[in-house]
Design a protein around this ligand. Structure first.
Ligand SMILES: Nc1nc2c(ncn2[C@@H]2O[C@H](COP(=O)(O)OP(=O)(O)O)[C@@H](O)[C@H]2O)c(=O)[nH]1
Ligand SMILES: [Mg+2]
Length: 361
């Protein structure tokens, strides 16, 4: 016997549709009521799926009244949902009519997540479950967080990145964060070039009681490093590279070459509001410094950080800090899975369920 499956918005509509398609001789084998899984752009919708068959070729042309159909429906595997308890009803919900993969993809696209991170997150995507939960868990396992730099920072922490990306502001916040952990910290700025650059960092230094030195030339840098030799950490502020000023770029390179590379962490500041292709372009000019981590700035200016996560995954550079405002030293947080999820559109972090799952592993 051949079975046919018909789905419509209600039971009556499904029977009508089946009769239109297969004639009045159909018999209902089973009925299943469910709700489609709402997505970022779609609402949850009630649906009724019936599985039917043709009773016999003789009857096929005969008239089948409503009574006949309801009689056969008694044998249906799934009862009318109105007769079920709420829990039973939830258990009958299924997303079989709507594959999850397209929904997962549109959620990632809406968050500006691109390949190869996108491909990684949808790899062998399951047929059922909660899309945002599945993606959240996968993202938590995939995103690179620079825990090493947060816990065991190196002696020199050098901030590099384009002008205006938030280097100086973030450096001051980070220096203060480490100062609060009891470390002795100092700031050295190599930016003798921009007007007001030293004044800006000097003002942060005095507000936060952190000593600041200006080192525009090699001998000044060497003496500053010597002056702060007994300090736990020296934060190095730099000027942004200039596509036009080759001499300035060479000067920066020459100065940084004086620092012991094995004792240096290079942090690239990346504004979260920047498009991924622009970040990629900027990164190309800073890649010669081999940044070991990212400080993602200006989270307050964007809805999602998928662009930055895609970039971080592509270039294999983990995230160290997030900043979300201009206030020094307050507007900063260590990078972590929960901060990442908080800044993704439509990624619901159900902490209770998440913890339960983690403890089961
Ligand atoms: N909204 C917002 N502005 C920021 C953030 N971080 C830095 N800024 C602002 O961005 C501008 C450039 O910052 P600055 O640290 O001088 O950048 P630099 O040129 O890379 O050193 C300043 O006006 C900062 O106050 C942030 O997290 N959110
Ligand atoms: Mg600066």
């Amino acid at each position: 016997m051949e079975y046919y499956t018909v789905v419509a918005e209600s039971y009556d509509a499904a029977v009508k549709k089946a009769q239109e398609l297969y004639g009045n001789g159909i018999r209902i084998h089973s009925r299943r009521d469910f709700t489609t899984h709402g997505g970022l752009f779609t609402k949850r919708m009630p649906r009724c799926e019936i599985v039917c068959y043709l009773a016999s070729t003789k009857k096929e042309s005969g008239k089948t009244g409503e009574k006949d159909i309801s009689e056969f429906e008694k044998e249906a595997r799934t009862p009318d949902p109105d007769s079920l308890s709420r829990e039973e009803r939830l258990n009958t919900e299924s997303y079989r009519d709507k594959p999850l993969l397209p929904e997962a993809e549109s959620l990632l696209v809406a968050n500006h997540i691109t390949d190869p991170l996108k491909a990684k997150l949808i790899e062998a995507f399951p047929d059922n479950g909660d899309v945002s939960m599945i993606l959240s868990e996968r993202l938590l396992k995939t995103v690179g967080i620079a825990y090493q730099g947060q816990i065991h920072p190196k002696h020199f922490v050098v901030f590099i990145g384009p002008t205006g990306s938030g280097k100086t502001t973030t450096l001051a916040k980070v220096a203060y964060m480490f100062k609060k952990t009891g470390r002795k910290v100092a700031i050295v700025t190599l930016d003798s070039y921009r007007t007001g650059a030293y004044e800006q960092v000097g003002a942060f230094g005095s507000a936060l009681s952190i000593p600041v030195a200006l080192a525009g030339a090699e001998d000044e840098l060497l003496s500053a490093v010597e002056r702060f030799a007994s300090f736990d950490m020296i934060f190095i502020d730099t000027m942004g590279l200039s596509p036009k000023d080759k001499e300035l770029n060479l000067r920066l390179k020459g100065l940084l070459s004086l620092l012991d590379m094995s004792q240096s962490d290079y942090v690239l500041t990346v504004p979260a509001s920047m498009k991924e292709e622009d970040i990629m372009e900027q990164f190309a000019s800073y890649s010669e410094y081999s940044p070991s981590s990212l400080a993602v700035t200006k989270l307050d200016e964007t809805e999602t950080i998928g662009n930055v996560l895609s970039f971080s995954y592509k270039v294999e550079v983990p995230i160290l800090f997030f900043t979300d405002g201009q206030k020094v030293p307050d507007d900063i947080a260590k990078a972590s899975g929960s901060v990442v999820l908080e800044h993704m559109k439509g990624f619901g972090l159900d902490m209770r369920r998440f913890r339960a799952q983690v403890s089961l592993e």
